[in-house]
Design a protein around this ligand. Structure first.
Ligand code: SF4
Length: 61
């Protein structure tokens, strides 16, 4: 499972991951905390690699 940690995300910008996710699994309302639709996520890890603040991580599930 991929998780976005709210304490690491400044929530003050348009998340660059939204347009990069190959599965269109990441959404964001305004500059709020991005949300990952787990049912769409491919677990590819791209967002983990490119998040500029390191706020995205794979979790053990
Ligand atoms: S792991 Fe891949 S498919 Fe899943 S949310 Fe991140 S970029 Fe999208």
């Amino acid at each position: 499972m991929i998780a976005i940690h709210k304490d690491r995300c400044p929530q003050n910008h348009r998340c660059p991951l939204v347009s990069r996710c190959p599965a269109d699994a990441i959404s964001q309302s305004g500059f709020g905390l991005p949300v990952i639709a787990q049912e769409r996520c491919l677990q590819c890890g791209l967002c983990v690699d490119i998040c500029p603040t390191g706020a995205v991580a794979k979790t053990i599930q």
